[in-house]
Design a protein around this ligand. Structure first.
Ligand code: SF4
Length: 369
């Protein structure tokens, strides 16, 4: 059986890639800033989901200096819905560092690049090989899976395994074609050697594949057991004088710096209404005199699946404002970055306030914006 670490393997892989690769905007550029943005967006996110974000981002932040100057809230707003918001915070922090320490140009040294906030070994290698053609292997999820199957490596992903694969791949990168080679391996993983149901019959390198030869392609790599936590939460859209109350999450931790409506998790045995009265009393020190159901939203982030109940609520008195709490008109909510679940509550509020929704609701819950 020919080796998956041979020149013939590389030749077949590149020949397949040249014909079958997806024409994506970040593949039409050698601009390191654009490649960096795409690589960060693509971590934990599909190509389809990234495309509109990528285009919008480059309109708002066409270069690294613009990103460095942008307020954090604008950057987070642009990222809203992509998840793992720390990536957006890191992009801005790294851009500021590059402006300060490297005259606004992404460094070409691996050590300097990998030392920027949020830029790990994988991203640094991807940017350097794709933008500058540096002979560096990129070992990310797709490449790792493809290589583990080709070489019939059992077990799970680990830093040690990535290092070993990186060393082996480095030896077969064709001169002057590092970017193409890395893209080809990643694309093979995305389109053919998929996590579930790999398309081995259509695979251009099946003849080199040890896992396929043994019929083990479905069990390599060992599936990861992911613990999903389910929780039910409730929030109040508190209204007063045509405005609603929102608050900013702490600058560190989960969903840091994003805005949300006050509320919290249900305790065992509580109804959403009981939980909301308790949470608002604990959090804001006020009593709700009425609440009307607004929306129920289910959404997932990191390892949580959240069932979120939202109510329009009237307080008996105004809660005390802090630097992290604000009254805003409903139309202004669009300017604030919210986590996906809260953004859908903003959508529900928006719908409620449209003229047709207000028809026949003379004393209903609509708000003026
Ligand atoms: S033959 Fe199947 S398992 Fe092997 S590399 Fe190709 S798609 Fe992946």
């Amino acid at each position: 059986m020919p080796s998956p670490l041979s020149a013939e393997f590389v030749r077949r892989l590149l020949a397949w890639y040249k014909i079958h690769h997806r024409r994506l905007p970040w593949r039409r550029t050698r601009n390191p800033y654009r490649i960096w943005i795409s690589e960060v967006m693509l971590q934990q996110t599909t190509v389809e989901a990234v495309l509109p974000y990528y285009r919008r981002w480059l309109k708002q932040f066409p270069d690294l200096k613009t990103l460095a100057r942008a307020p954090l809230s604008r950057v987070l707003k642009s990222w809203q819905g992509l998840g793992y918001y720390q990536r957006a915070r890191n992009l801005r922090a790294a851009a500021r560092r590059v402006v300060r320490d490297y005259s606004g140009r992404l460094p070409q040294s691996y050590k300097d690049l990998a030392g920027l906030p949020g830029v790990g070994p994988y991203t640094a290698a991807a940017v350097l090989s794709l933008a500058y053609g540096s002979a560096m292997p990129v070992v990310e999820a797709n490449v790792r899976r493809v290589m583990m199957r080709l070489l019939r490596l059992r077990g799970r992903a680990s830093a040690g395994l990535d290092k070993k694969l990186g060393e082996q791949l480095k030896n077969i990168i064709p001169p002057g074609q590092a970017g193409l080679f890395n893209q080809a391996l990643m694309e093979l993983g995305a389109l053919v050697c998929r996590p579930a149901s790999p398309r081995c019959l259509a695979c251009p390198v099946a003849v080199f594949c040890l896992a396929y030869e043994r019929g083990e392609q479905e069990v390599i790599p060992e599936p990861r057991k992911r613990e999903i936590r389910r929780l039910t939460a409730v929030v109040a859209v508190i209204r007063r004088d045509g405005k609603v109350l929102i608050q900013k999450r702490p600058e560190k931790g989960l969903l840091a710096g994003l805005w949300e409506f006050p509320g919290g998790k249900l305790r065992p045995g509580e109804t959403p209404q009981q939980a909301l009265r308790r949470e608002i009393k604990e959090e804001l020190g006020i009593v709700l005199k009425s609440m009307t159901f607004l929306a129920r939203v289910k959404h997932a982030y990191t390892k949580y699946v959240v069932d979120l109940h939202a109510f329009l609520a009237e307080p008996t008195e105004k809660p005390q404002l802090t630097s992290r709490r604000r009254w805003v008109r409903p139309a202004e909510l669009r300017h604030y970055p919210f986590p996906s679940g809260s953004a859908r509550i903003v959508d529900a509020l928006d719908k409620l306030n449209r003229p047709q929704a207000r028809k026949g609701r003379a004393s209903g819950p609509a708000l003026r914006s």
